[in-house]
Write a protein that binds this ligand. Structure first.
Ligand code: NAD
Length: 414
């Protein structure tokens, strides 16, 4: 994964003619911390884990990124995802750097009490390196508002009342209105821009969505509300389709009750592996990494792909799709609505002031649309695809901030 993000970085750096020295400055993580976590589990057995936090770059502000609880979590994963966060926060121009971390535990096999103990130990050992003005964790895979509430409470024991230590908190504990749906909303916002530049409206297009969790379901709901037809949805349980458009609120209710889209009565079933090559104008991959790869890319029928997931398209597939004239709105732009709303949450916490949902949504729409247009401008300026353009924009912003902080002889070529 780190290799993919470095690949895109260097591709963009080549466009900019970025000197090797600056590449090294921008790619070197600021800090990488590993801690041991041992607890006595509810069953009396010893449990032992490793916790990680990689802080990649803080040139543009406190570092920001999720906390993932997954058995496969390790330093490499954290480093790759922290690196991506640096570029993502820069693309949407929020005053943050990039970080990521997690614990190599499997929450599905743990009691809530054990998960709480593990989280508390993690904060105890990381408290010196995280902070509202240093590094602000957020939910990621297998962590949620509840875990963020625990972190806020534990950190506040040491530092005093600190709601700004994490984002994605429960609404009753200084969370923000609009945060939960924000990534899906951002997907809708950038699709609106992509359609507008092609002279189209939502009412003109059909959409296929892979993944119906937080990102996929909110994106589908908001895109359908604008008038597009969601003709196919797939998740880990299967696929459902309807040529006239699926009833998304009904599907959301079905999934809440049944755990997946399989069996939804108001649609036809299909094998979920077909979703990537579905006959629709727009494809929103919002589930897995590497869902679009060299073996299925040439069969993709959509003309616009909006990457709700992180890394859903391999570099080979990206090349095939770019050559075929498919517009890819890249992950570091398309799914940045979540971190943007996290910024709003943090800003509200710092100011001790609460925004209503309308304000959060309006500010989010504005930031996402502006980011899309800025990336498009860079793409047109250099004659490059949107992914490379997003990295170019991010490197320019981070590069200028990083070099303005230190004394170096090397000058930036922009
Ligand atoms: P989630 O756990 O809420 O949902 C994941 C969805 O993917 C589920 O519907 C699941 O059934 C589906 N899925 C899993 N395996 C599948 C398979 N083999 N085929 C089809 N569908 C499958 O996760 P989420 O928060 O919606 O995140 C989805 C992606 O978006 C991830 O890549 C995540 O890193 C990225 N992302 C999420 C956010 C956010 O705010 N939640 C922000 C930025 C990026």
């Amino acid at each position: 994964m780190l290799a993919e993000s470095h690949f895109y970085f260097h591709k963009a750096a080549d466009v900019l003619g970025l000197p090797d020295k600056v590449r090294t400055i921008l790619l070197t993580p600021h800090r990488s911390v590993k801690v041991g976590i041992a607890i006595e589990g509810e069953d009396g057995e010893l449990q032992s884990y490793e916790g990680y936090r990689v802080q990649h770059n803080h040139a543009r502000g406190p570092m920001k990124g999720g906390l993932r609880y997954h058995p496969a979590m390790d330093e490499d994963h954290a480093a790759a995802l922290a690196n991506l966060m640096t570029w993502k926060t820069a693309v949407v121009d929020v005053p943050f750097g990039g970080a990521k971390g997690g614990i190599n535990c499997d929450p599905h096999t743990l009691s809530e009490r054990d998960l709480f103990q593990i989280t508390v130990r993690f904060v105890e050992q990381m408290k010196e390196v995280i902070g509202p003005m240093t590094d602000i964790p957020a939910p990621d895979v297998n962590t949620n508002a509840t875990v963020m509430g625990w972190i806020m409470n534990e950190y506040s024991k040491y530092a005093g009342f600190s709601p700004g230590i994490v984002t994605g908190k429960p609404l009753d504990l200084f969370g923000s209105e609009g945060r939960e749906a924000a990534t899906g909303r951002g997907v809708m916002d950038v699709l609106a821009e992509a359609l507008a530049e092609q002279g189209k409206n939502f009412g003109d297009v059909t959409v296929a969505v892979q993944g119906f969790g937080n990102v996929g379901s909110n994106a589908a709901r908001l895109i359908a509300e604008r008038g597009a037809k969601i003709v196919a949805v797939a998740d880990h349980t299967g696929g459902v389709c309807a040529q006239t458009g699926l009833d998304i609120p009904a599907l959301v209710a079905w999934v809440a009750e049944n755990g997946g889209v399989k069996g939804f009565p108001a649609g036809e079933a299909f094998d979920s592996s077909e979703i990537i090559t579905w006959d629709a104008d727009v494809l929103v991959p919002a589930a897995l990494e590497d869902a679009i790869h060299k073996d299925n890319a040439a069969d993709v029928k959509a003309r616009i792909i909006v990457e709700g997931a992180n890394g859903p398209t391999t570099p080979e597939a990206s090349q095939i799709l770019n050559d075929g004239g498919v517009l890819i709105v890249p992950d570091i732009l398309a799914n940045a609505g979540g971190v943007t709303a996290s910024y709003f949450e943090w800003a509200q916490n710092i100011q001790q002031f609460r925004w209503d949902e309308e304000r959060v949504n309006q500010e989010l729409d504005k930031k996402m649309s502006r980011a899309y247009r800025s990336v498009r401008e860079v793409a047109n300026e250099h004659g490059i695809d949107m992914r490379t353009a997003a990295f170019v924009l991010a490197i320019r912003r981070v590069g200028k901030a990083a070099l303005a902080r230190i004394h170096v002889k090397t000058k930036l070529p922009f």
